[in-house]
Design a protein around this ligand. Structure first.
Ligand code: SAM
Length: 286
């Protein structure tokens, strides 16, 4: 079998199965042979269970298979099923599951597929699910040690930003609350087929044993953060009021009690500000 990073091998292979690239599904396949071995090593897959989201033709899956105990790869595009059957035929420790990673119960999948193993997630993510998927995995506290993903460079910068900076979004706050993020390395746009318009980066989120959300519950913390960023250009009192369905006066007094100016914007708040704000908003509703 040819190399899965070799265009002269994969183009005819995909052609044989009548496959054409879908922009909608974020299908940019890796053709740089240095990237996947590095991802497989730096994601901590060695002797662990690995969940991959979006295997494409299986280029990263193969590398993960060579270091991990077991790999479960979730692919949405049914047209890739026969391709993966061919390219991963020799990988006995890989199971391909066809379906939408956004709709799957990943915690349940871990229970049934990785009994007793430490589990990590490693993926070259389709750009359109980057933030919702990461937020969902973190907020549901899916039991994994780390999440290593390749995402568009701008998304990587937002995800790894500090709270209280211009780049900060809801995903940044969730990432800081539930993990320690790290930018691993950049990947040039020419490393993909077809080449996207932007460069990418690989980041790793090491999951904290205990989430850093203060006294509040994950549900209340999530509600506060999502409401705060629901209209990021608006002042916090307004976005909290409409995002949480409470009166503006109540939003103002919660902000004051938390020691935050009512005209502040979500991106100006530190993680501690979000913790205090959640406490004051939901103090009687635990
Ligand atoms: N891992 C391959 C690589 O690095 O070359 C492919 C990465 S490509 C950026 C994203 C992959 O995710 C595609 O195979 C696409 O079909 C798949 N995909 C898109 N949306 C998905 C979803 N919701 N659930 C699972 N897979 C998805």
């Amino acid at each position: 079998m040819g190399k899965l990073t070799d265009i002269s091998y994969i183009k005819p292979l995909l052609g044989r199965f009548g496959f054409t690239f879908s922009k909608q599904l974020g299908q940019n396949f890796l053709i740089d042979e240095s990237v996947c071995p590095r991802m497989a090593e730096e994601c901590g897959a060695k002797d662990c269970g690995v969940i991959e989201i979006g295997p494409g033709v299986g280029v990263l899956t193969k590398e993960l298979s060579s270091v991990a105990k077991k790999v479960v790869a979730i692919e949405l595009d049914k047209r890739l099923e026969p391709v993966l059957e061919t390219t991963l035929a020799d990988c006995d420790n890989v199971k391909v599951v066809m379906g939408d990673a956004m709709k799957m119960d990943i915690a349940e999948l871990i229970k049934t597929e990785f009994d007793g193993m430490d589990v990590v997630i490693c993926a070259n993510l389709p750009y359109y699910i980057t933030s919702p998927l990461i937020m969902s995995l973190l907020e549901k506290r899916v039991p994994v040690k780390a999440i290593t993903v390749m995402v568009q460079l701008e998304a990587a910068e937002r995800i790894c930003a500090e709270c209280g900076t211009r780049e900060c979004g809801a995903v940044t706050v969730a990432v800081r609350a539930y993990s320690n993020p790290q930018m691993l390395f950049r990947v040039n746009r020419d490393s993909f087929l077809p080449a996207p318009n932007v460069d990418s980066a690989v980041i790793r989120l090491d999951i904290k044993d205990t989430p850093d959300i203060g006294k509040t519950t994950p549900r209340h913390f999530t509600k506060t953060v999502r409401a705060a960023f629901s209209q990021r250009r608006k002042q916090l009192a307004n976005s909290l009021s409409s995002g949480l369905g409470i009166g503006k006066a109540d939003a103002v007094s919660a902000l004051e009690n938390a020691g935050i100016k009512a005209n502040a914007r979500a991106e100006q708040l530190s993680l501690d500000d979000f913790k205090r704000l959640t406490d004051t908003l939901f103090e009687e509703d635990v």
